[in-house]
Design a protein around this ligand. Structure first.
Ligand code: SF4
Length: 369
């Protein structure tokens, strides 16, 4: 297949779904986690769950960078935005995530902070170029997909002498989070639909520990509906035959080694943090990145003396349980009532990749009790 439409062909999708129906053993229950929020949205947007037999259950994972950022880091960004002379630049979703006391970056902006929405790190660099007498801090978040852009922004800033640019680094890594999920008691999983964009950077071999150490299969999948259905079929087949391997459904974009050029750029700028707090998963060792010592001058946390903030989620918010795969969004008591995309209480309702946003957008709130 070469064109997008072919990956959305309804007749082929019905045929793959029929094959899943045929091959899923009625006597057992299959529980697969799609790690990535992009897959969660594809599953609801194309009604994939409705095509699956009732004994094949999809569990939504924590693969949404906005959702997994703990509230304390949002509070630190709000603090940073309020420093005199600072322009804080970030992606749109991040601006709406409520911090402590429901204070988001948008709230800070309404109270006078200079917060600007950008589409890329290049936009943030441009703001720094246009405001040589101001400090521009970029609120960098994301999994391995967006990390190369942050690294390359710093390399460009250095090359162009943009000393008024800095990075508030919140980049996190997928494999340690998968390891943490597999260690959670009471969340049985039979395998993962592996991320697509992340895997283009880190390659398939980054997931080998999942079958090797945990005996679970991983199938890397693209974001189109046929990709996801095919990946589910491949997982069912692995489970049925007692295999646990990393398989690659998304071979048109993902290789074993990943994008070595991007990895080199990341390595020039970042090193692994000892530990990092994740919303819902707690502090996970070696699960995030920080700037290398030679880049400390560009580190917003150091430049502006930001102290770590530990804060609790809104008491009614169950994002943590959603992100751990313990409950579905509509099980949260405030889903679609006190918490909607217009009035989000938690990050999973804000982010375009969040599970709660997916359930809401594709109509699951209509059946929520
Ligand atoms: S419905 Fe809102 S409060 Fe509940 S888990 Fe989802 S985002 Fe969090």
């Amino acid at each position: 297949m070469k064109y997008i439409d072919e990956y959305r062909n309804g007749a082929v999708a019905q045929a793959v779904a029929a094959q899943i129906q045929k091959e899923a053993t009625p006597a057992r229950h299959y529980r697969f986690m799609e790690f990535c929020g992009g897959h969660t949205h594809a599953i609801f947007r194309y009604g994939i769950e409705t095509l699956l037999p009732s004994n094949v259950e999809m569990v939504h994972g924590p693969g949404c960078p906005v959702c997994v950022l703990p509230i304390g880091r949002v509070d630190m960004a709000v603090q940073l935005a309020q420093k005199p002379g600072v322009i804080l630049a970030s992606y749109a979703d991040m601006l709406r995530v409520p911090g402590s006391g429901k204070v988001s970056l948008l709230t800070a902006k309404a109270r006078g902070a200079d917060v600007r929405m950008v589409y890329s790190t290049l936009d943030a660099l441009e703001i720094a170029r246009q405001n040589p007498n101001r400090q521009v801090a970029f609120f960098a978040i994301g999994f391995e997909t967006t990390t190369p852009m942050s690294a390359s922004a710093l390399l460009q800033a250095q090359a162009q002498g943009l000393t008024n640019f800095s990075l508030f680094c919140n980049h996190v890594m997928t494999p340690p989070a998968m390891r943490a999920i597999l260690g959670i008691e009471g969340v049985p999983l039979d395998g993962f639909v592996g991320p697509s964009h992340v895997s283009t950077i880190i390659g398939t071999r980054a997931y080998r520990f999942v079958p090797d150490a945990f005996g679970k299969p991983v199938v890397i999948s693209g974001f189109e509906p046929l990709d996801v259905l095919q990946a589910i079929l491949m997982l069912v087949r692995q489970v049925n035959s007692g295999r646990a391997e990393v398989e690659n459904e998304f071979a048109r974009a993902v290789g074993e080694e990943g994008n070595v050029k991007a990895q080199t750029v990341i390595d020039r700028v970042f090193q692994v943090r000892d530990r990092f707090e994740w919303r819902g998963l707690g502090a996970i060792p070696s699960s995030a990145l920080e700037l290398r010592p030679e880049w400390h001058d560009w580190d917003a946390e150091r430049r502006f003396d930001l102290e770590p903030i530990v804060a609790s989620d809104h008491p009614a918010c169950q994002c943590a349980s959603v992100l751990r795969g313990q409950i579905k969004p509509q099980d949260c008591k405030v889903f679609a009532t006190a918490c909607t995309p217009e009035t989000p209480l938690g990050s999973c309702m804000v982010s375009s990749e969040g599970a709660c946003a997916a359930y809401y957008r594709y109509g699951r709130h209509q059946s929520a009790g």
